[in-house]
Unconditional design. Structure first.
Length: 970
């Protein structure tokens, strides 16, 4: 808070050495009343019901809790509840165990239920009139013994629950089971004492014949081989090899029963009672823990020590966790005047002193708690600072003055009623024994004449003092509302205006054992010295909050920071400072700490005042669990359907549309206050580890592939546990399978081949037809026209001259028409022939026709074109238009140009073809001859071709005719 704002076979052994635990719990003097329970859980935190009758830690690390309202499974952070609608035979749970196969057995008031990892299954094979189950036992050959209200039922194993092998002691109500080292099964009963079963024959157990009662609640062998027997209203009796004796401390039970006896691996025994709390028996001593130490209820029905050494207590008020590594707390329920603790110190006699918001001071001494308020002379009930002097005096800095408490008398010291001079946030004892007071009006030094300001400071902001640190050379570093102030050799100094701390409220100043200065600020995190200067540690680097109210250093150099979001532990021994968070899950009373309420007691334990009490942690015990959290793949859902986890052992295969998965996992760590985090990745999807605090992940629309999902759980120490993984495959849709693709390729390829073959056949047929037509035209019609022309000449030669003169014109006309038709027919035959489809053949045709004619008039016709242009293939109609355009241009050049050179050129750019007819003749005015019949004919033909026709000419500069068109694809 910111002060400026308001297998022993009989039963599951409790696992772990805990002899030290209650020795640490029961301390001498005023500390003995401190809360020892580090964490509690009720329905508010997720339990199905708060009366916990049964506890069991399974082989995976899950904790199972049986209540009157069903079963809860806990992984250290998440509760999963099961009730009758989930398959339980009854919600009144009496005992939970695990079979060697991993099946969870749940004994209820109305029968047996099993859990196979996926679902609850009721067992209907119990004989007898009572189905109430009280205990389970697996013998040396893994037979299952079930204690019921109507005798003992024996099965061949947990996987053979359909047909029981035996039913012993029918009619007797069995309370508990155990087994001697020699293999004798012992059964405690309600009303018939203890029976032993040897070679299948039950008989009263002789060693227990002298018991003062026959109503047995529980039996348990100790590490020394003695049988501890709990009787209803009869205390505990111990059966040795030759005697039966009463437990030495039965008088401490005060008439309460011992409901459960559990043996730890270190040999100590834990006793859960029906009203006396819990006791630990070690070295013939017993230490008790009850509600005063934080138990939710003094009725404890089961005890389970988990693998990391923590002890879990099932009470009728909820689950309680005993972990010596975690915080223990003092609050209003355990002697303080209120929960909100603003300052902490101790007196010379070892008494603890706490100031609580607006409730004065509470002293917890050998004679019990004492309270100092304004009624005893305190200047104000709001106390910001405390200091216990070596002479036994207690200096108290309040909101309105400073008092001293000495010899049970409160005396005023200075500033009474003054909210500036008398508002003291810090009391510092110098090495020379003198006291300095950090007030709202500067640093005050107490002298014979009263308090005097240590130095004058005109800045009102830096006169508000939050912390005073005495450095190794005796100089002072003062944390103020406006940065830091130095006091050296009697002179006050301030850092330069560009100093990183300038203008920042500094709540705390600390020099580490290694000599580095650290500054806790308001809103700017932690500043710490390095060889390169001050560096900053904020939430970006791992802090949970940027306000650092106070700092304490442990014996290993770890720095504990009090913040608004719990205690941050910073380890500077790594290359990059490593930050851990200790919060309410670690037993801290509240996440929100108070400024100045940090104190290290003479034993080196660290205290932090919070809004809900003062919490203490022993750094020597602030150690990681023996192993990192265990990652468990808890559940896999395909859409809304839960899949059997054992199905993934065979790497299942899903169809292409079964591609939406939700995967639940857990990081099992039942104690230690560790905040479990996860990292996971899906092969082919996640390129790197994905770090998350969430215990599930969803993957949607997974493509067809083979997958491996891997997850690890980590703790706040940066350790990652063993990975858990599953593998599966998603099949591609049928249209993406190899056989379908091959079939499709063959089908499409075959179809294309068929079309191509048909097309080729058609083209070849057309080509053959064209060749035949050309041959027929040439052989028949061409020959006939030639014959007409010859006959015309013959006829003319046979006429008399006078007759010839009369018909000469007609004969000449007949010859001219015949020759023209022969020439036209020659062009048609040339066009029809398939071999003439290229532009090369086109130019050759033109040159063959016009070169002799050009030579006759003294002109030279040449052709030019690139190989690419000459290889163009043209359709018959396309060739006809181009041929006729070129012939017209060549004819004009021959007839009118008087040229000496005519050049026929073809070029190609992409699909664009260009033919030019260029001469060096006399030329003409192109603008005045556009309307000529020849040009109009050429333009009409060019339009049919889809070509651009350009005629460029000037008198005396020759003529160029250009035809440009886009060649059609063939």
């Amino acid at each position: 808070m910111n002060p400026q704002r308001y297998r022993n076979h009989n039963r599951p052994p409790i696992r772990g050495a805990c002899a030290v635990l209650l020795i640490a719990l029961i301390l001498a003097g005023p500390v003995s009343g401190q809360v020892r329970i580090s964490q509690t859980f009720t329905v508010d935190e997720g339990l199905v019901q708060s009366q916990v009758n049964a506890l069991f830690e399974d082989s995976q690390g899950f904790l199972w809790l049986g209540t009157f309202g069903g079963v809860t499974r806990w992984d250290g952070s998440r509760f999963r509840n099961f009730q009758s609608q989930d398959g339980l035979t009854s919600m009144d749970i009496r005992v939970i165990r695990e079979a060697p196969s991993g099946t969870i057995l749940i004994g209820t008031h109305l029968g047996l239920t099993t859990w196979d990892g996926q679902q609850m299954r009721p067992v209907d094979s119990l004989p007898g009139s009572s189905t109430s189950i009280r205990d389970f036992l697996f013998d040396e050959i893994d037979r299952l013994w079930v204690a019921t209200g109507d005798g003992i039922v024996v099965y061949a194993g947990a996987d053979s629950l359909d047909n029981p092998l035996h039913h012993f002691l029918a009619g007797k109500s069995i309370s508990s089971l155990d087994q001697t080292p020699s293999g004798v099964i012992l059964a405690g009963t309600f009303g018939d004492g203890i029976f032993g079963i040897v070679d299948g024959i039950p008989a009263p157990w002789s060693a227990a014949g002298q018991l003062p009662g026959d109503r047995v609640r529980d039996i348990c062998f100790s590490a020394e081989g003695e049988l501890w027997i709990s009787l209803v209203r009869g205390g505990i009796w111990i059966a040795g090899e030759s005697e039966l004796r009463e437990w030495l401390y039965n008088h401490e039970l005060q008439g309460f029963d011992v409901k459960v006896i559990r043996r730890a691996r270190d040999g100590s025994l834990w006793l859960g009672t029906t009203g006396r709390g819990v006791g630990q028996v070690s070295a013939s001593q017993v230490q008790w823990l009850d509600q005063e130490q934080g138990l939710l209820s003094s009725t404890v029905w089961d005890i389970c020590e988990v693998r990391d050494g923590s002890v879990l207590l099932g009470t009728w008020g909820g689950l309680a966790v005993l972990d010596r590594r975690r915080f223990v707390t003092r609050n209003a329920a355990t002697g303080l005047a209120a929960d909100n603790v603003l300052a902490i110190t101790s007196l010379a006699d070892g008494s603890l002193v706490f100031s609580c918001l607006d409730q004065g001071v509470t002293i917890l001494g050998p004679d019990g708690p004492r309270t100092i308020t304004t009624e005893q002379g305190l200047a104000d009930n709001r106390v910001w600072s405390l200091h216990g002097a070596p002479d036994g005096s207690l200096y108290i800095g309040t909101h309105r003055g400073v008092n001293v408490y000495r010899d049970e008398v409160v005396q005023p010291l200075f500033g009474i009623g003054d909210t500036m001079l008398g508002r003291v946030y810090e009391i510092h004892a110098c090495r020379d024994g003198k006291l300095l007071f950090g007030s709202y009006d500067g640093v005050l030094r107490l002298g014979p004449d009263g308090p005097r300001q240590l130095y004058e400071d005109p800045d009102s902001g830096s006169r508000v003092i939050y912390d005073i640190h005495e450095d190794t050379d005796g100089s002072l570093i003062v944390g103020t509302r406006n940065g830091i102030v130095y006091w050296r050799d009697g002179v006050m100094e301030k850092p330069a205006p560009d100093h990183p701390l300038a203008g920042i409220p500094v709540w705390s100043v600390h020099r580490s054992a290694g000599g580095e200065l650290r500054y806790g600020t308001s809103g700017e995190g932690l500043f710490y010295e390095t060889p390169g200067g001050l560096r900053q540690l904020t939430v970006a680097e791992g802090l949970t909050d940027n306000t650092v109210y106070g700092m304490l250093e442990d014996f290993e150099g770890r720095l504990y920071l009090a913040t608004n979001r719990g205690v941050n532990v910073v380890d500077f021994r790594q290359q990059t400072p490593h930050v851990r968070h200790l919060g309410v899950t670690a037993g801290l009373a509240s996440e929100e700490c108070n400024q100045g309420a940090c104190w290290q007691d003479p034993a080196g334990r660290l205290w932090f005042g919070t809004l809900r009490g003062a919490s203490r942690i022993d750094p020597a015990l602030d150690l990681p669990s023996p192993s990192a959290p265990v990652a468990i793949l808890d559940r896999v859902r395909l859409y809304d359907e839960t899949l059997a986890m054992d199905s993934f052992a065979s790497e299942p295969r899903f169809t292409y549309h079964e591609n939406y998965f939700k995967i639940d996992f857990a990081g099992i760590q039942l104690s230690g206050g560790s905040e479990v985090s996860f990292r996971y990745r899906m092969s082919g999807i996640d390129r790197d580890w994905v770090i998350s605090a969430q215990d599930f992940v969803q993957y949607t629309a997974l493509p067809a592939a083979s997958y491996e999902f891997t997850v690890q759980a980590g703790d706040e120490w940066g350790r990652w546990g063993e990975a858990a993984a599953i593998r599966f495959h998603i099949a591609p849709p049928f249209w993406r399978t190899w056989w379908f693709i091959m079939l499709a390729v063959l089908t499409v390829g075959g179809g294309i081949a068929l079309v191509v073959v048909q097309r080729v056949r058609q083209i070849l047929a057309v080509e053959r037809l064209r060749a035949r037509i050309a041959a027929d035209l040439h052989d028949d019609i061409g020959a006939g026209l030639t014959e007409i022309s010859i006959l015309n000449e013959v006829a003319g030669s046979r006429l008399a001259p006078e007759q010839r003169a009369r018909v000469a014109g007609e004969l000449d006309r007949i010859g001219e028409v015949a020759r023209s038709m022969v020439s036209g027919m020659s062009d048609i035959v040339w066009l029809v022939r398939p071999r003439n489809d290229t532009t090369d053949e086109l130019l050759s045709r033109l040159v063959d026709q016009y070169r002799p004619l050009m030579q006759a008039v003294g002109a030279q016709l040449t052709r030019k074109g690139s190989r690419r242009a000459l290889r163009l293939r043209l359709g018959m109609e396309e060739r006809q238009h181009v041929l006729m355009l070129c012939k017209e241009a060549l004819h004009n050049a021959l007839k009118y140009s008087q040229a000496q050179n005519v050049l026929l050129t073809i070029t190609r750019t992409g699909r664009q073809a260009i033919i030019e007819v260029q001469d060096d003749g006399v030329g003409f005015d192109a603008e005045t001859t556009k309307s000529g019949h020849g040009q109009q004919t050429m333009r009409q033909r060019a339009k049919k071709l889809g070509a651009d026709l350009t005629v460029r000419s000037q008198p005396g500069a020759g003529t160029t005719v250009t035809v440009s068109w886009r060649v059609r694809r063939r």
